[in-house]
Design a protein around this ligand. Sequence first.
Ligand SMILES: C[S@@+](CC[C@H](N)C(=O)[O-])C[C@H]1O[C@@H](n2cnc3c(N)ncnc32)[C@H](O)[C@@H]1O
Length: 250
Amino acid sequence: MKSKKIIKESYNKCAWNYHRGLSRKFNIWHKYIEKPAIIIFLKGEVKGKKVLDLGCGSGVFSKKLLSFGAKKVKGIDLSEKLIEIAKKENPKVKFYVGDAQKTPFKNSEFDIVTSSLMVHYVKDLTRLFREISRILKKEGLFVFSMHHPIMEVSERLKINGKKSSKNIILKPYFHNKRYKFTIYTPEGGVKLIAYHHTFEGIFNSLNKAGFVVENLLEPTPPKRAENLNKKVYLRSNKRPSFLAIKARKK
Ligand SMILES: C[S@@+](CC[C@H](N)C(=O)[O-])C[C@H]1O[C@@H](n2cnc3c(N)ncnc32)[C@H](O)[C@@H]1O
């Protein structure tokens, strides 16, 4: 099966669980590690602007963009079920079902495009970033987060049948192949497929699509997240989980 179909079906299958999982206390990935990084990059930029939330899922971040004073927010995602939730919960945002690589939006329609944890699902980053550049105004902002290239090629070894955080192997790095992983919702795991990208590959694709990188973060969880999920807190303070980038269209 094609990876896009698998991704869409998996998110459709777990849509409500994924959505509810975002506000569970143990989920420090979104609330304390990844989202704060992109929020830093968006600080002072959003007020009065037209913003697109690309790969918006159930629209939780789209709602945040409105609360930051955006003039207009639109969201697009592959999963019809997540978009259904997004529409129900955010009547002020216009949501679309569609592929981030070929959107229905006009040339130069947005001042800002945000994309939280979607980019790693796409194999051809140059094609994706060119589409984003097309719908952004000149000097528009593209702020996104993705799985960290190192995290994707790190594997915890099983010792006596249990995965160990102390024994990690680094698998081959220089490739653009698919990898499988599981997202855990309170009601069970869902299998997903994404693509590995090297730092050089991400940077070159941004460059080819006409972006200049203004800032980059490898966010770690703050101390106050320690008691909410000790394992992830310790692991994410040793090795990066996510990468966040602020890029501007030339
Ligand atoms: C980890 S979720 C993040 C959702 C949302 N941004 C958030 O932070 O809650 C990744 C999302 O990317 C979407 N996605 C993956 N590939 C996509 C594509 N090619 N076009 C649009 N959405 C895509 C998935 O359907 C899923 O909703």
